[in-house]
Write a protein that binds this ligand. Structure first.
Ligand SMILES: [Zn+2]
Length: 401
């Protein structure tokens, strides 16, 4: 197959991407003799939106008791594995001995620390148990909001079309709302990332009294695919008097919330991963297996794990009918082989995440009906990239879709 695609090869070196992370700003130097209050945490307790047995969960509020907390700036949740799963939340201290911190949706069980505006950090606490946030509460139909509302503020109803969304999918997420009880003078809709509480996008729709208005989001921010995770819409409506109504409280990870995923499992039926021979790297005559096989009945619906542009759609004696898709918003290529029939898509066509691209088959050199699935690193399929083991990805996608 290598020869088939070399003609289309581009200069790999010109396409090397910089994967270097931008180093965070150097920590503030507190200077030689300057006194920096060392924060100390003595007690941590979940006080609102807690899970059972007073355990914390994403969206809960913790009360932190200690000393030197007056200049606290953020609380870091250190999670379980190294620094990769650390998340932090900004805090505004109300005194030197007490602090309230909202648990970000992405926080995992582990020690927490308090960091001050001078960069001083408390010693890590004993692990704080944190359960994952419960799934979003579906509210596809407009319903009155339970959120905070000033006297004289407009009444608001909201609804969100789905609780699961996929990057690059045809169907976006729609947030609908209606403001009644007087015309609002200003409306703001914010899209909040539940893992850290940050606002990733906002809209300012023109107020229209008692009419259903809506906003649609397709999973990208600018031209970049958003990070998978929990998101929620937040509407703020202000009356001419200045009275304000909000659709949900800060930290509510369920109201008008949805989970964004970056891939769909491609085989849409009963399936298994076969034996050792089906694994990436398994021996083959003259080469090693470059993908993972997923066994399913011939004819099982096959969808694009990630949408993008079709790079190749061909027949090959070994691969049978196959299709290669350059994943939108990724650096990766995805190859699907042994399709029962040629995919209806042609090179250059755009495919959405979850869109049908064909059926599981056994064309080419295949023993039993299965999908042979490959993932390729940049710059891509026989263009200087390398295939890598797709099984961990497949298993993750399999767990949610
Ligand atoms: Zn295979």
């Amino acid at each position: 197959m290598r020869d088939t695609h070399l003609a289309a090869g581009r200069c790999a070196s010109a396409l090397v991407l910089c994967l270097c992370a931008v180093a965070p700003g150097a920590a503030a130097d507190s200077g030689g003799g300057m006194y920096v209050a060392q924060p100390k945490v003595v007690k941590v307790k979940c006080v609102s939106r807690c899970a059972s047995k007073k355990r914390a969960q994403g969206g809960s509020t913790l009360r932190i008791v200690g000393s030197g907390l007056g200049s606290a700036e953020e609380v870091v949740f250190h999670g379980t594995y190294g620094t990769g799963d650390d998340v932090s939340t900004p805090v505004r201290p109300s005194g030197d001995t007490r602090l309230r911190a909202r648990v970000p949706g992405g926080a995992l069980t582990g020690p927490i620390t308090v960091v001050t505006s001078q960069g001083a950090e408390s010693r890590p606490t004993a692990p704080v148990a944190i359960l994952p946030p419960p799934p979003p509460a579906p509210n596809a139909v407009l319903s009155p909001v339970p959120g905070p509302r000033d006297a004289g503020a407009p009444q608001i109803e909201t609804g969100t079309s789905r609780t699961k969304a996929y990057v690059g999918a045809r169907r976006a997420v729609t947030f609908s709302f209606r403001v009644s009880g007087g015309t609002a003078s200003a409306l703001t809709v914010e899209l909040v990332n539940g893992s850290d509480g940050s606002v990733v996008k906002s809209w300012t729709p023109t107020p229209a009294s008692a009419e259903v208005q809506s906003i649609t989001w397709n999973g990208s921010i600018g031209h970049t695919a958003a990070t998978p995770g929990r998101y929620s819409f937040r509407l703020t409506a202000s009356a001419p008097s200045g009275a304000v109504a909000r659709s949900a409280q800060t930290g509510d990870l369920q109201r008008d919330a949805f989970d964004l995923y970056d891939h769909v499992f491609p085989v849409r039926g009963r399936h298994d991963y076969g034996n050792e021979g089906a694994r990436f790297g398994a021996g083959r005559a003259g080469h090693t297996h470059q993908g993972q096989d997923v066994f399913a009945k011939c004819g099982t619906r096959l969808v694009a794990a990630r949408g993008g542009r079709v790079k190749f759609e061909q027949y090959h004696a070994a691969a049978g009918h196959y299709i290669v898709i350059d994943g939108a918003g990724t650096d990766l290529d995805y190859a699907y082989m042994h399709l029962a029939e040629p995919s209806p898509f042609d090179p250059g066509d755009r495919v959405y995440t979850g869109q049908r691209i064909g059926s599981v088959g056994d064309t080419g050199n295949a023993e039993g009906c299965h999908l042979h699935f490959e993932m390729w690193s940049p710059p891509g399929w026989y263009e200087g990239g390398e295939p890598f083991d797709p099984l961990p990805s497949l298993q993750a996608w399999d767990s949610w879709s």
